[in-house]
Design a protein around this ligand. Structure first.
Ligand SMILES: Cc1cc2nc3c(=O)[nH]c(=O)nc-3n(C[C@H](O)[C@H](O)[C@H](O)COP(=O)(O)O)c2cc1C
Ligand SMILES: CCCCCCC(=O)C(=O)O
Length: 373
């Protein structure tokens, strides 16, 4: 594979304190100033004509919140039960690759920020920091933070098992198995930019072979099937979350195969272009699962009102992907903390205005859909 052409080194000096964060999209604008344009394209881009990428955000425009009034309740309680644990809010950090391209401290900075909030960081298999170092980055006093590990199952079962063991030993509390990537999506921006490999000095640290020390390439495995999920089920005691479920029939199969949760996701529009926005796929998956396992969602979450809409349509929690990368690139650890605080504050305010004290108060009847723009 050709390596990436010489990169512009982002300047991290002489940047004034950016102060408080008022809007999530300010982070993207700031990040744009700091990122190498090739890396920015990798983070921002999607597959094909990026129809699904755009739809993930714009689909929320077709939903309206129908609030309840005079419900009182005082302070909002955002705590959320998920896979046997209590999260402080129904927001997780979805797995994204290559955080060290966004900021020199990479996944360590992300983990510290998520650790301070105490929610879940799903560490990508394509992390540029080894899972052990990500786990160590979380302060002992913040150990209520949860790491989950995202896995692309590799055709080499022995190596896959060794990666799962590493994640278990590092204290990861769930395995997020990405099932929407039997092959890499066609990403025109990366092809045009020649971004086909990491720059020298960076690698996917979780792909280091335990025996040889060599770093393997991640294989997107087109032979992946339900039998492999059964194999994984027998290989680990960790809860298994299937990431990339869009079809209700697959959600039913996930339940039948003993999976612990499904994550409705189109990989941020980076795999099969033309699939529905995540929020549009959610209701049918929720109906198919029928409450037997939790349903999560990611894709296009940018506002507290987006989170509220997803929860009311049946998601137990949502994940954010790109906003975390923008926050990290723009402001490092502080930016990720500010982002999570902003989402929490926006959600609490939206719930107050909608008459919900707890996430469980958000119900399907509070959402009108197919509202023309
Ligand atoms: C730059 C980038 C890298 C990603 N890397 C991974 C990955 O390593 N594993 C994975 O399962 N999903 C990956 N995703 C998909 C995200 O987990 C998530 O599904 C998506 O970003 C959610 O959409 P959002 O960016 O609109 O929040 C990546 C997404 C982006 C933007
Ligand atoms: C060969 C490296 C694979 C990185 C995969 C990251 C990812 O999922 C993405 O969407 O990009």
């Amino acid at each position: 594979m050709p390596s990436v052409p010489a990169q512009v080194t982002p300047s991290r000096t002489a940047m004034a304190d950016p102060g408080p964060l008022h809007r999530l999209d300010d982070l993207e604008a700031e990040a744009r100033l700091r990122l190498d344009p090739v890396h920015r394209d990798f983070f921002a881009g999607g597959a094909g004509d990026e129809r699904t990428l755009r739809a993930n955000e714009t689909a929320f425009d077709a939903y309206r919140i129908l609030p309840r009034v005079l419900r009182g309740g005082g302070e909002r309680d955002l705590r959320t039960e998920l896979l046997g644990e209590t999260l402080p809010m129904p927001v997780l950090v979805s797995p994204t690759a290559f955080h060290r391209l966004a900021h020199p401290e990479g996944e360590v900075a992300t983990a510290r920020a998520v650790g301070a909030v105490g929610t879940v960081l799903v560490v990508s298999m394509a992390s540029t920091t080894p899972i052990e170092a990500v786990a160590e980055a979380i302060e002992p006093s913040d150990r209520s933070a949860r790491l989950w590990f995202q896995l692309y199952p590799q055709p080499d079962l022995g190596f896959t098992a060794s990666v799962v063991s590493r994640a278990e030993a590092a204290g990861c509390r769930a395995l997020v198995v990405t099932v929407d990537s039997p092959v890499f999506g066609r990403r025109d921006r990366d092809l045009r930019n020649g971004f086909l490999d990491l720059p020298p000095g960076y690698c996917c640290e979780n792909m280091r072979d335990p025996e040889t020390g060599r770093v393997r390439d991640i294989v997107m495995d087109a032979t992946l099937d339900w039998a492999r999920i059964e194999w994984l089920r027998a290989t680990t005691r960790l809860p298994i979350v299937l990431k990339g479920i869009l079809h209700p029939a697959d959600a039913r199969l996930a339940v039948a195969h003993g999976v612990d949760a499904v994550l409705v996701s189109n990989h941020g529009g980076r795999q099969l272009d033309g699939v529905p926005a995540s929020i549009d796929a959610l209701p049918a998956v929720v109906a198919a699962v029928g409450g037997r396992i939790p349903v999560l969602l990611d894709g296009g979450i940018r506002r507290g009102t987006d989170i509220l809409t997803a929860l009311a349509l049946g998601a137990v929690a949502v994940g954010v992907g790109r906003p975390v990368l923008w926050a990290l690139a723009a402001r490092g650890e502080r930016g990720v903390s500010q982002l999570l605080d902003l989402l929490r504050a926006e959600l609490a305010r939206a719930m107050t205005l909608a008459g919900a004290v707890r996430p469980a108060d958000l119900t399907r009847e509070m959402i009108l859909d197919r509202v023309p723009g």
